[in-house]
Write a protein that binds this ligand. Structure first.
Ligand code: 13P
Length: 262
């Protein structure tokens, strides 16, 4: 079920949920359920809060799970007097393979602008982790006709200064803000339109090989029942799942979307 050689990736963004005990329980429940067949078909990633990363690492490494994990944020700085921040070196040392950058909740609640998001992406790749760069428009922009330009501007700023090699390893997540946590999933064709434009832009800036290699996810009210329609789109390579990733049964069903393909 790969498209153009791109392995689907399904990431659970736990947001500010699950203390480290709860994170251990959820990781174990996923480990019980997910099979070699699942992992062969999709890359499954969890993104716990910082305080749960060490616990998840212990289970994943101790039991040699094929589940992968990463962080929800990163400091743009390598190290120094930045109280409360967490560096890329710290995350890489914990075995993180992925880090989110530019999630709309960071942009909104923490005032993160495109320049800061770009700096975070560079900090992620500098530590040999894969950035999951989030882009997406608010409802007011979706109602106009500039939503593609809006998302592409965020993409350009977020990938500023990346080499072709670094760009091909990145993941872009299209998350329309009006679909996050609202239960209002984007129509698959609308999500496809933006994801195709993202791929075209990556091809234009970094070359067609990079455009063909980069994995593009959709995020926003993804659930087991709407996942097959989303994954039927040619430029959508997976999902960034919020609320539904906190329920292991639902998350596993999302990972098995291919079984409900018509
Ligand atoms: P929901 O799946 O809860 O809509 O959240 C999407 C999201 O923000 C994932 O990063």
């Amino acid at each position: 079920m790969t498209k153009g050689g791109r392995k689907p990736l399904i990431a659970g963004n736990w947001k500010m949920h699950n203390n480290h005990f709860e994170a251990l329980a959820l990781t174990q429940q996923l480990a019980f359920r997910l099979t070699a067949k699942d992992y062969d078909a999709v890359d499954v990633v969890v993104l716990p809060p910082f305080t749960s990363l060490r616990s998840v690492q212990t289970l994943v490494q101790g039991d040699k799970l094929r589940l992968r994990y990463g962080a929800q944020d990163i400091s743009p700085h390598a190290d120094g007097a930045y109280t409360g921040d967490v560096s890329g070196r710290m995350l890489a040392k914990l075995g993180c393979g992925f880090v989110l950058a530019g999630h709309s909740e960071r942009r909104h609640y923490h005032g993160e602008d495109d320049a800061l998001v770009g700096a975070k992406v560079r900090a992620i790749v500098a530590n040999e982790m894969a950035p999951v760069l989030c882009v997406g428009e608010p409802l007011s922009v979706r109602r106009g006709d500039e939503y593609l330009e809006y998302c592409l501007r965020q993409l350009d700023a977020g990938t500023d200064g990346l080499s072709a090699g670094q760009a091909s390893g990145m993941i872009v997540a299209y998350e329309p803000i009006w679909a996050i946590g609202t239960g209002e999933v984007a129509a698959p064709e609308d999500a496809q339109e933006v994801c195709a434009a993202i791929r075209q832009r990556v091809s234009g800036r970094h070359g067609p090989e990079v455009g063909a290699a980069v994995r593009i996810l959709y995020g926003g009210s993804v659930k087991p029942d709407n996942m097959p329609g989303i994954m039927a789109q040619p430029d959508i390579d997976g999902a960034l799942v919020g609320g539904a990733s906190l329920d292991y049964e639902g998350f596993v069903r999302i990972c098995r979307y291919r079984e409900t393909y018509a």
